[in-house]
Design a protein. Structure first.
Length: 331
C-alpha cells in the first residue's frame, strides 16, 4: 500500500491523499500491469480479480481515489468531488508508478485500466483527455475493461433532460456538499456481504451496506461526465464493457437481486458503451450482479472467461489490434 500525497483539494477538504495498493509478486509481468479503479461507495477488496490477472501474467494495482476507501478520513465528505477531472492527479500519478515499476522489474511496458461503476465513467473520460492532451502517458495504456460502467442516470426520464441537468448544476455550484433528499437501498450491499445474504468479506465502514449519501455537487459532476460520453469519446484503446443481462431495482433485499444489476439500468450501459471509442466490445453476462466479478459462481466464471478471451485477442498481443476498426457491439 502506497499513500499518494495530493495537491490542494479544489473542494477545500485538505489534507488529502489517494492510496495505491498492489499484489506482491516476484515474477516479471510478461503482459504488463492492471490499474483498477473502484466505484461509488466502494474500494478495492476483490482479491480474486487480482489473482485472475496475475495468473495471466499481469502485475495488479488498484487505486483508492481521494476521499474513498483507504484514502477517506473523518474530515472528508466521502467520495465527494465537484468535477471528475479532479481525479486526473491521482490517476496520472498511479499510471507513472505502475509503468516505472514495470520498467524496473522487466515487465511488459503496457497497462490495462479497469473501471467499475462510477470508475467505469471516470476512466474513459480520463483516457479521452490523455489521448488529446498527454499522448506520452496515453501510449502506456493498452486496453480498458469496464465492469458495469455508469454511463447514464437511472430513474425517471425527466431526470435525464437538459433542464434537469442545468438545475442540478446550479444547485451543485451553490450547495455542492448538501445531501440529495433520497434514501439509498441496502439491497445490493446485503446481497454481497457475508453478514447478510452474500459470500464476500469487506470493511463496512469503507463500504456500508446502504452506501454513502450522494451530494448535489458530486451528482452534477457525474451528469457532466454522462453528457460527455453521450457526445462521444475516443479512449484510443480497445474496450470491453461488461454488464448484467437485466436490471431489478428493489427497495429491500430479495433473491432476485442476486442474479441482476440492482444499481444501474443495464439498457443504458448497452446503449452508451459504443460511444466510448472506435473498438468497443459490449457483452451482457447472464445473471450477473452489478459488480460482475462478485456475481454467483456461474456468471462470475462466464465473466472471467469473456475477459480472458478479450485479453488474448486484443491486449496480450497488441500488434494484432486494428485501432481504426468499427465499433463492435455484442448484445
Amino acid at each position: 500500500m502506497l499513500t499518494l500525497p495530493l495537491g490542494p483539494d479544489p473542494d477545500g477538504e485538505d489534507p488529502i491523499s489517494a492510496t495505491l495498493v498492489r499484489r506482491v509478486d516476484a515474477a516479471p509481468a510478461r503482459n504488463g500491469a492492471v490499474l483498477y479503479v473502484h466505484g461509488f461507495t466502494d474500494y478495492f477488496f476483490q482479491t480474486a480479480l487480482a489473482e485472475f490477472f496475475a495468473d495471466r501474467g499481469y502485475a495488479f494495482y488498484a487505486l483508492d481515489l481521494r476521499k474513498c476507501g483507504r484514502s477517506w478520513t473523518a474530515h472528508h465528505t466521502p467520495h465527494y468531488v465537484s468535477d471528475l477531472a479532479i481525479y486526473d492527479e491521482e490517476l496520472n500519478a498511479s499510471l507513472d508508478i505502475v509503468t516505472g515499476d514495470l520498467a524496473e522489474t522487466g515487465g511488459a511496458d503496457r497497462v490495462v485500466v479497469v473501471g467499475h461503476s462510477t470508475g467505469g465513467l471516470v476512466t474513459p473520460l480520463w483516457l479521452d483527455r490523455l489521448r488529446r492532451t498527454d499522448p506520452a502517458r496515453h501510449a502506456q495504456v493498452s486496453g480498458l475493461l469496464l465492469n458495469s460502467p455508469w454511463l447514464d442516470l437511472q430513474g425517471e426520464a425527466v431526470l435525464r433532460t437538459g433542464a434537469a441537468a442545468r438545475a442540478l448544476a446550479a444547485v451543485g455550484r451553490l450547495r455542492g456538499t448538501a445531501p440529495l433528499p433520497r434514501d439509498l437501498s441496502a439491497s445490493y450491499g446485503e446481497s454481497l456481504h457475508e453478514s447478510a445474504h452474500g459470500e464476500w468479506s469487506y470493511d463496512l465502514e469503507r463500504k456500508p451496506l446502504g452506501g454513502f449519501g450522494p451530494r448535489f455537487g458530486w451528482l452534477s459532476a457525474i451528469r457532466k461526465g454522462h453528457l460527455a460520453v453521450h457526445a462521444g469519446l475516443d479512449v484510443g484503446v480497445p474496450v470491453l464493457s461488461l454488464r448484467s443481462d437485466k436490471t431489478r431495482f428493489r427497495k429491500n433485499y430479495d433473491v432476485a437481486v442476486d442474479t441482476a444489476d440492482c444499481v444501474l439500468d443495464v439498457n443504458h450501459i448497452a446503449r452508451w458503451s459504443p460511444f466510448l471509442g472506435r473498438h468497443v466490445l459490449s457483452v451482457a453476462i447472464e445473471d450477473a450482479r452489478h459488480d460482475v466479478f462478485l456475481s454467483l459462481r456461474d456468471p462470475r466464471e462466464h465473466a472471467y472467461a469473456v475477459v480472458g478471451d478479450w485479453l488474448a485477442a486484443h491486449v496480450d498481443r497488441p500488434a494484432q489490434i486494428d485501432r481504426t476498426a468499427d465499433v463492435e457491439a455484442a448484445r
